[in-house]
Ligand binder design. Structure first.
Ligand SMILES: Nc1nc2c(ncn2[C@@H]2O[C@H](COP(=O)(O)OP(=O)(O)O)[C@@H](O)[C@H]2O)c(=O)[nH]1
Ligand SMILES: [Mg+2]
Length: 218
């Protein structure tokens, strides 16, 4: 089902390379083309997910110092497409002024960035829907940005508990998640959910399966 778009997306993401890191929105590359942003509380596995999806071991540095990266990090896929690693949030040691800064910048990014095709939100499957995660879901819904939740570290739970978490978040999104909001299980460690995530991201980035190019003109 996921195969063609997922495969083409895998290839596109394999070519991801670090482009730049910016401390504020106005330093982002011109608002053209399409980008997919990744958000999540610190330590939920965002860097690991980006590395897994791009098939690269150290593209996004997996950090043992949560909250250190307060920049938007841009990875270029091709001339018109990007991934954006948003600053982790919810880390107590981040200063109040920095937090206030992101409480302005993040909703502004969701509201104004025309290139933003979708937001991937990482939530630790063991304790999803924390306050700031719900805030971000509300912001994305208000801005009309398609949302895809990855319930990360799924390997930490058994099948039954995974299904419970999935149901709970799915219900929450149906009520609060805006028109386009979905959720899936994910484990970077076990390569679980990677294909599904590729298909979603590929859809957002307008990825066309390699062989289907001339079908439309027929
Ligand atoms: N068990 C398990 N641990 C993970 C997984 N993904 C990330 N981690 C661990 O969670 C910690 C934080 O991961 P990282 O990707 O740096 O999270 P970030 O702060 O959200 O970017 C690291 O110790 C990772 O090894 C996963 O799928 N399964
Ligand atoms: Mg990280």
């Amino acid at each position: 089902m996921t195969t063609d778009v997922a495969k083409a997306t895998r290839s596109l993401l394999q070519g991801a390379r670090f482009a730049l890191s910016v401390p504020e929105l106005r330093r982002m590359p011109p608002d053209r083309g399409r980008e997919v942003a990744f958000a999540g509380r610190s330590n939920t596995g965002k860097s690991s997910a980006i590395n897994e999806l791009c098939g690269q071991r150290a593209l996004a540095r997996t950090s043992r110092t949560p909250g250190r990266t307060q920049h938007l990090v841009v990875f270029e896929l091709d001339a018109g497409r990007r991934l954006v690693d948003l600053p982790g949030f919810g880390y107590a040691k981040v200063s109040k002024s920095l937090r206030a800064h992101w409480e302005r910048e993040l909703p502004a990014y969701l509201e104004r960035r025309r290139a933003l095709a979708g937001l991937v939100l990482m939530m630790d499957i063991r304790h999803p829907l924390r306050e700031q995660e719900c805030t971000l879901i509300a912001w994305a819904a208000a801005a009309g940005v398609p949302l895809h939740v990855l319930l990360s570290k799924a390997d930490k739970l058994g099948r039954g508990a995974q299904a419970d978490a999935l149901r709970k978040v799915s219900r929450y999104l149906a009520e609060h998640g805006g028109a386009q909001a979905d959720v899936q299980l994910f484990s970077a460690l076990k390569h679980q959910g990677t294909e599904t995530a590729w298909a979603v991201i590929g859809g957002w980035l307008d990825v066309v399966p390699a062989d289907s190019g001339d079908v439309q003109g027929a």
